[in-house]
Design a protein around this ligand. Structure first.
Ligand SMILES: [Zn+2]
Length: 163
C-alpha cells in the first residue's frame, strides 16, 4: 500500500525524452561530457502537470491536518480555515505557477558521478527546471554536482521535427 502510494507520488518519466549534450562539473576543473534527458512541455501539458503536481504536494498536507481538527474542532474552525485558505489560495496558485512556468524539464544526467565515480545517472536535485546550470544529485554518495546543458542559442527543439 505504501509502496503503491510512493509510486503514485513520483512523477513518471515521460516517454519521449530528448537527449542533449551537457557538461558536468565536479571537484576537478575539467568538466565531463555527458548527456541530459530533457522534455519540452507544450502549453496544455504544462497546465495538466501544474495541476497534478500541485495537488500531489498539497492534498497530503490537507489530509494530515484533519486529525488535528478532530482533536479540537472549535479551535480547528478558526485555524483550520486559515490553513486551508492559505493552502488553496496562496500555496496552490504559487505551486501551479511554478510548474506551469517550467517549459523545459530535465530528468536525468547520464554520467558517472564526478565525485564518487558511481555509474549514475544523476537525478535532479530539488528542481527539474532546465536552466543554464542545474544541480544534480548522486544516489550513491549523496553529493551534488553542477551540470550545464550545451544549448547553442536555441532551446532543444522537440516539436519541429520534419515528418
Ligand atoms: Zn557520487
Amino acid at each position: 500500500m505504501l509502496a503503491r502510494l510512493i509510486e503514485l507520488w513520483k512523477e513518471p518519466l515521460p516517454k519521449d525524452l530528448e537527449r542533449i549534450p551537457a557538461r558536468v562539473f565536479g571537484d576537478s576543473p575539467e568538466p565531463h561530457a555527458a548527456f541530459m534527458s530533457v522534455r519540452h512541455w507544450p502549453r496544455g501539458e504544462r497546465m495538466r502537470r501544474g495541476f497534478r503536481l500541485s495537488f500531489k504536494i498539497l492534498f497530503p498536507i490537507m489530509l494530515a491536518l484533519i486529525p488535528l481538527g478532530v482533536l479540537e474542532p472549535f479551535a480547528f474552525m478558526i485555524w483550520g480555515s486559515i490553513a486551508y485558505g492559505i493552502i488553496l489560495f496562496i500555496a496552490g496558485p504559487m505551486l501551479f505557477a511554478k510548474y506551469y512556468g517550467e517549459e523545459y524539464s530535465f530528468f536525468a544526467v547520464e554520467t558517472p558521478c564526478p565525485r564518487c565515480q558511481a555509474p549514475g545517472p544523476l537525478r535532479p536535485y530539488v528542481s527539474t527546471r532546465l536552466e543554464p546550470e542545474v544541480t544534480v544529485l548522486c544516489g550513491a554518495c549523496g553529493q551534488t554536482s553542477k551540470a550545464r546543458p550545451e544549448i547553442a542559442d536555441s532551446k532543444p527543439e522537440s516539436e519541429t521535427k520534419p515528418e
